[in-house]
Design a protein around this ligand. Structure first.
Ligand SMILES: Cc1cc2nc3c(=O)[nH]c(=O)nc-3n(C[C@H](O)[C@H](O)[C@H](O)COP(=O)(O)OP(=O)(O)OC[C@H]3O[C@@H](n4cnc5c(N)ncnc54)[C@H](O)[C@@H]3O)c2cc1C
Length: 252
């Protein structure tokens, strides 16, 4: 068992755009970006206004900024991103999955053996010797109890023919003693509008430390791949060391 202090958040997929070559409107349209997600958003916006010839001469960045400043946010729903996230607790993942406009695939505690799993150590506990001692003791006892319960139940369900089912029956009961701090992993996919909302809700000083770190890490990577959509967020560190992000465009 080891204690984890920082989440791992990696962008693993982002929208690809295929420009049709046989349609007059797409042949008329020229954009100054080679960013596929932003090309898709501009194409969606130009579909609304049949403005393929770019009458106002805007760059892609200016075009998207104009849409967002008017709250015309359905266009950014066409582009999406997937993140692989691990090194977070089950407490954090429970907060994450409250966001309903995403798709999730999460490590199964019924299928996967948790007898050697790691735990998330909050900074506040790590910084306090007595809290640290209590935390270490609690997770050690919990994991030992998990192992003991699993072994007993595995034997008890020995007559269940299906090996996977037999293990699941034991693990789904044994997992009940594991704490919120248990490490989990998930893939989270959503469109850019959903990501903006997630960042806005979770990259604030009111959010829990862990989910805030996830939200900031997501934002930093989305700012790289879609600066026209996420570039209005300012990341700053408040007095007291809390890092937060604030958007310039306030439409949801
Ligand atoms: C600081 C903080 C503290 C929190 N504390 C608690 C707590 O103590 N207990 C608790 O249970 N939760 C708590 N939450 C979770 C919170 O209530 C939300 O469930 C979570 O942040 C998901 O965000 P969302 O509701 O905006 O919805 P999302 O699922 O992210 O949806 C995005 C938006 O879509 C719209 N939408 C989605 N579904 C519906 C719907 N069914 N009807 C109408 N509009 C919809 C809304 O405009 C919503 O804002 C907390 C969140 C934060 C940030």
């Amino acid at each position: 068992m080891k204690f984890i202090r920082e989440p791992i958040v990696r962008l693993i997929a982002v929208t690809h755009f295929s420009k049709p070559t046989d349609l007059d409107e797409f042949n008329l349209w020229q954009t100054d970006t080679d960013n596929p997600a932003q090309q898709l958003i501009e194409a969606a916006g130009r579909t609304c206004y049949r403005s393929w010839h770019n009458p106002s001469g805007r760059t892609n960045q200016q075009y998207i900024a104009n849409l967002m400043s008017q709250g015309h946010l359905s266009v950014i729903e066409h582009a999406s991103a997937s993140f692989y996230i691990r090194g977070i607790s089950r407490a954090c993942s429970h907060e994450i999955v409250r966001h309903r406009h995403f798709s999730y695939s999460q490590l199964s505690t019924r299928f996967v053996d948790e007898s050697e799993s790691d735990f998330i150590l909050p900074d506040a506990i790590a910084d306090d010797a007595q809290a640290m001692e209590a935390f270490t003791q609690a997770v050690t006892v919990a994991q030992e109890a998990y192992r003991k319960i699993y072994e007993r139940l595995r034997d008890k369900f020995a007559n269940v023919e299906d090996r996977t089912l037999r293990r699941k029956l034991a693990r789904q009961a044994a997992r009940m003693v594991l704490p919120h701090a248990l490490e989990t992993a998930l893939v989270m996919t959503g469109n850019f509008r959903a990501w903006r909302h997630f960042i806005r809700m979770r990259a604030t000083e009111h959010a829990d430390v862990e989910i805030r770190k996830v939200a900031i890490a997501v934002l930093e990577q989305l700012q790289q791949v879609a600066p026209a959509v996420f570039g209005d967020f300012t990341i700053k560190t408040l007095d007291g060391g809390v890092t937060v992000a604030e958007p310039a465009f306030l439409y949801e």
